[in-house]
Design a protein around this ligand. Structure first.
Ligand code: NAX
Ligand code: ADP
Ligand code: K
Length: 511
């Protein structure tokens, strides 16, 4: 998948914030039923793309406004000549507000509408004969796990193997977290309204949604000004303002000097991957700081990256007394233990923009509070880049969904967090969080994380702030992965950045 990186805004709204966007719009003079009418019509547009003329469509409707969207779609699709059956999981008497109005306007013959128990009885027969199922059971209002008869309906839908178009979210998926509540519909396509929700981007929600279509239903983007969302899709629109554009009159020292700490003689490759990536991401200079025993092996492999011997007790302090080093990466292949902890301490006390990865994180498994206090002493941005295993070691008390965990961990540690994986979450201690969605699965290969840490370090070297550098790096890493494609090994990533940067700089230049 390649990202549509020209999306005009990067906001994601939680279901609660989306409810607020609806309310603000309604207070601004657009009736709720009008929004529902637009939502239902967007569902119709998506449905007709999935079936041929005259197809049989089963519309499952829940007790709230998600069901209301389903009633509108039922009316329009029936008028277009599709064979429509509506299965309402509650009784029609209990419908309220706009959903009730939409039900009353539906105009389907009574025999095409099944309510409650009756619907359940008819379900196997209906599932047998349909070409498409539209899921309007629950959307933003899902507030508890699917259980009992509702869970049975959802399981039967999934077992039927028939294509499903979900309204807003596949029922059972929590829009705020992407987590499954009890059971969840597996859709081929999902039509959501106004903008995406975190649950569309976070797994397992992302997979259960299928392809997501965002439809505009009359909500004006100025509601963002009132809501001030703090959750974002990781796309250039989020961090373009912070992009370190090369200045015509710049020179290598104005682009910063990154230092990457190498492991000992038998584990040097990870740091070199990081160093090459830092250089490719635009740092003016990159130095690999190497223990004496690894000098020769590093020297044999380096060209544009410079090499410096690191020896003696105060080696890190001595090195960083040179103010020109503007960012530091430590962790890849560095080794776990007291030596690593004291190097990290010296780096953070030197207040340099720092990326702590791999062994630099694991070394604090027993004393994470000590790490967090050092981070808070550092006057420059600190970025931690754990995968799930490293995260569990340094944040054992932090639980919940991925977005909530990343946010809480950033707040606890005082660092920007890159919680890696297929749906990497970047979180800032100030509460902002971005969800990444351009990373292909072939990034899951040895050394790929070292490259990500290096790209982040290269951006920090140029003075980009922590959250923006982390978001840019994760996005660049994903795009590079897409360019290389299947068969990718970590060494391929830094060279592929050339093409990614070319396209990005060209687009930014176009305004
Ligand atoms: N004016 C609006 O607010 C608009 C809302 N829209 C639609 O409305 C949806 C949100 O509507 P609602 O807030 O009514 O919420 P939903 O329709 O998603 O569901 C709410 C209802 O489901 C019940 N419920 C929640 N979880 C349940 C569970 N596990 N088992 C059984 N019952 C459960 C709740 O008690 C409540 O009655 C959106 O997803 C979207 O599809 C659109 O029509 C656009 C306009
Ligand atoms: N299934 C996946 N889809 C997309 N990206 C992935 C997937 N699995 C891992 N990645 C990415 O690959 C990188 C792996 O990093 P890491 O686990 O630290 O590996 P290493 O330590 O070998 O470099 C991270 O950027 C992570 O987000
Ligand atoms: K739904």
């Amino acid at each position: 998948m390649t990202t549509d990186w020209r999306s005009p805004h990067p906001f994601l709204l939680s279901p609660t914030e989306m409810g607020r966007a609806d309310r603000l719009t309604i207070e601004g003079g657009i009736a709720g039923i009008e929004l529902m009418e637009q939502a239902g019509r967007a569902v119709v547009r998506a449905a007709v793309e999935l079936v041929s003329a005259g197809a049989q469509i089963l519309i499952l409707c829940g007790p709230g406004n998600n069901g209301g969207d389903g009633f509108i779609a039922a009316r329009c699709l029936a008028a277009m000549g599709y064979g429509i059956d509506v299965l309402l999981i509650s009784s029609a008497d209990r419908l309220k507000g706009d959903a009730r109005l939409a039900f009353e306007r539906m105009g389907l013959p009574a025999e095409r509408i099944a309510e409650g128990q009756e619907g359940q009885k008819r379900l196997p027969m209906l599932l047998d004969s349909v070409d498409l199922i539209i899921d309007g059971l629950f959307g933003a209002g899902l507030d508890r796990p699917l259980e009992g008869e509702i869970k049975q309906i959802v399981d039967a839908v999934n077992d039927s193997g028939k294509p499903v178009l979900a309204i807003d979210l596949p029922s059972g998926v929590n829009g705020a977290s992407g987590q499954k509540l009890g059971s969840a519909v597996r859709a081929q396509r999902t039509v959501t309204f106004f903008c995406e929700k975190p649950g569309h981007l976070l797994f397992p929600g992302r997979e259960l949604c299928g392809a997501v279509v965002v439809a505009q239903i009359g909500i004006r983007p100025d509601v963002f000004g009132d809501i001030r969302p703090q959750t974002f899709e990781n796309a250039p629109a989020l961090w373009r303002h912070a992009w370190p554009m090369a200045s015509q009159q710049g020179h290598k020292y104005t682009k910063g000097h990154a230092v990457v700490f190498s492991g000992s003689v038998s584990s040097t490759g990870a740091a070199r991957l990081g160093a090459a990536a830092a250089l490719r991401a635009g740092a003016g200079l990159v130095t690999l700081a190497s223990p004496p025993d690894a000098m020769m092996v590093n020297a044999c492999h380096l060209t544009a990256v410079m090499l410096k011997k690191l020896a003696g007790e105060k080696a890190v302090q001595d090195l960083l007394s040179d103010e020109r080093y503007s960012s530091v990466l430590i962790g890849p292949g560095f080794g776990i233990g007291a030596g690593t902890r004291s190097s990290v301490e010296a780096i953070l006390r030197a207040s340099r923009a720092t990326v702590l990865d791999a062994d630099a994180l694991t070394s604090f498994s027993e004393t994470p509070e000590h790490l967090f206090s050092l981070v808070k002493l550092c006057d420059a941005p600190v970025v931690l880049t754990p995968h799930e295993g490293e995260f569990a070691r340094i944040f054992p008390q932090v639980e919940g969904d991925k977005l909530a965990r990343a946010r809480l961990a950033a707040r606890l540690s005082g660092a920007t967090l890159i919680l890696k994986g297929a749906d990497t979450v970047i979180a800032s201690p100030d509460g902002r969080a971005a969800i990444n969605h351009n990373a292909p699965p072939w990034l899951a290969t040895a050394g790929s994380g070292d490259v990500l840490a290096g790209i982040t370090t290269g951006l920090l070297a140029q003075g980009v702030s922590g959250f923006e550098a982390a978001c840019q790096a994760v996005w660049l890493h994903g795009e590079a992965g897409n360019i290389v494609g299947p068969g990718l090994i970590a060494e391929d990533l830094a060279p592929a950045l050339k093409e990614v940067l070319r396209a990005l700089v060209d687009k930014f230049g176009e305004g």
